[in-house]
Write a protein that binds this ligand. Structure first.
Ligand SMILES: Cc1cc2nc3c(=O)[nH]c(=O)nc-3n(C[C@H](O)[C@H](O)[C@H](O)COP(=O)(O)OP(=O)(O)OC[C@H]3O[C@@H](n4cnc5c(N)ncnc54)[C@H](O)[C@@H]3O)c2cc1C
Length: 434
């Protein structure tokens, strides 16, 4: 496996050289041109050579992922949105073959062995997929269900679950939320009771992304009756075991391409060796895993926000009202400028948090702030931009209306805004003492 991952990585880095030359020639302009009366078309700051966290290799990675998205994913998104699901096994295999499902995972288990900034770069590029559901499904596989396994799992478990997930041979899902416990993760009820060398699992999970298609679940369950932060474990649960029932596929207001399941466990027997790391530390591992999930989500939505602003500029520039383009009304171009400013501020926070994270710092506070801001900005931005499209914005034909529906999830999933505020307050030491 080392050979596979290493070869892939070298290949990627080698290819990046020639790709990067093109990027840098296109991206760096003489000062006089920047200062010309006619402003250049907006180019996101990530095309320059002096990037805060990205190197030539990040840009090369992004560029090759963009090609894959344009060829293998975007042409089919409308169909998959209409079908309310997408072929996860097929798409993950394509992404896995190209190395995109484990850029920051260990080389010996199929990953590229790069740092987390590469995951952020991949998440940003996945924001070019023309819906929210497919990037979310990919993110669950690459950065939400697998970080704890990669960091704390035994080699045996990594071989059985991580390696095939990185190669795109197995689809993963994350089972934390339940019918009665979402924001308050500590109150989950699913139990894994030790009987000899096995756990017997009873309970259920709600809102499981990839749930109807997944081969295995990174399951959070209570493995003892101890205090709620010390009685939980993360367990690799094969989804084809007797007693695992997919109760239903949930119908949602957005994220249509992504399947979301409710799952029940009825006396499911799993070997105790399937526990990730140490029994009883599952809550802690999950909280750590959330940091990557939240940074990933922020990176992913930033690109879509750029696209929505650009498409709104394009539409309002050609659409005339009262004898002039919609865009020329000051309220419109000023609002778009304000929104782009907010996007750039969020991008700076993301890069700062990422830079600190890859140096080994705890970035819980910054990641929570970024996630909070991403959810709120996505709501503001999608609402403002949709307004400028008039009736067209209210149709299903345009990206802005899909984004309006899809991005509403950011303030709810992976910890609601109020949960983020609670974490930030904890770090600010402003929570009332109990
Ligand atoms: C499309 C989709 C996909 C998802 N995918 C997954 C997945 O793959 N795996 C998984 O485990 N989970 C998943 N989730 C679950 C998601 O993480 C939860 O919905 C989320 O954590 C909120 O939990 P809840 O829905 O139970 O809301 P509740 O916990 O009932 O909270 C309701 C509301 O209460 C408010 N609130 C929360 N805390 C506070 C507070 N401290 N103070 C004041 N108000 C507060 C918030 O506004 C919150 O929205 C998904 C959800 C959706 C909708």
């Amino acid at each position: 496996m080392a050979l596979h991952g290493g070869a892939l990585r070298l290949n990627l880095l080698f290819n990046s050289r020639s790709l990067y030359k093109l990027t840098s020639l296109a991206g760096v302009r003489p000062l006089s041109e920047h200062a010309s009366a006619k402003p250049a078309t907006f180019k996101p700051s990530d095309t320059t050579a002096d990037h805060l966290i990205y190197t030539q290799e990040h840009f090369a990675l992004k560029e090759s992922l963009r090609k894959l998205i344009d060829q293998e994913i975007n042409p089919y998104v409308d169909k998959w949105e209409a079908e309310r699901t997408f072929p996860a096994h097929k798409i993950f295999k394509i992404l896995g073959n190209a190395g995109f499902l484990g850029v920051s995972k260990p080389v010996e288990f199929g990953g590229l062995g790069l740092d987390f900034s590469y995951s952020v770069a991949v998440a940003e590029e996945l924001g070019n997929i023309r819906c929210g559901g497919i990037p979310m499904a990919i993110g669950v596989q690459s950065d939400m269900a697998t970080p704890a396994l990669a960091r704390f799992g035994s080699d045996q478990l990594k071989k059985e679950f991580l390696l095939p997930s990185i190669l795109g041979d197995k689809v993963a899902c994350l089972g934390v939320s339940e019918v009665g416990a979402g924001s308050d993760v500590s109150s989950i009820m699913t139990k894994a009771v030790r009987k000899g060398d096995e756990y017997v699992i009873n309970g259920g999970k709600m809102w499981t992304t990839n749930g109807t298609q997944a081969d295995w679940m990174c399951l959070l369950a209570n493995t003892s009756d101890g205090p709620p932060h010390k009685n939980k474990s993360l367990i690799c649960l094969p989804m084809n075991l007797p007693g695992v029932h997919i109760a239903r596929k949930i119908d949602k207001m957005g994220m249509w391409s992504s399947d979301t399941a409710e799952v029940f466990f009825d006396d499911v027997h799993v070997p105790c060796k399937n526990v990730i790391g140490q029994e009883g530390l599952g809550f802690t591992y999950q909280m750590l895993q959330f940091q990557e999930e939240r940074l990933w989500a922020v990176a992913n939505v930033l690109t879509t926000m750029d696209s929505i602003i650009q498409e709104t500029i394009g539409y309002t520039r050609q659409r005339k009202i009262f004898k002039q383009p919609v865009l020329y009304h000051q309220t419109v171009h000023f609002r778009l400028a304000e929104l782009q400013t907010e996007v750039e501020l969020l991008r700076s926070l993301l890069y700062r948090a990422t830079a600190m994270y890859i140096k080994g710092n705890d970035v819980t506070k910054l990641a929570s702030m970024a996630k909070l801001k991403a959810g709120r900005l996505a709501r503001e931005l999608s609402d403002s931009c949709l307004q400028f499209w008039g009736g067209m914005g209210y149709t299903s034909d345009v990206l802005v209306s899909r984004f309006y529906r899809d991005s509403r999830l950011i303030s709810i999933g992976a910890g609601a805004d109020e949960v983020m505020l609670g974490i930030i307050c904890k770090y600010m030491d402003t929570l009332p003492k109990k």
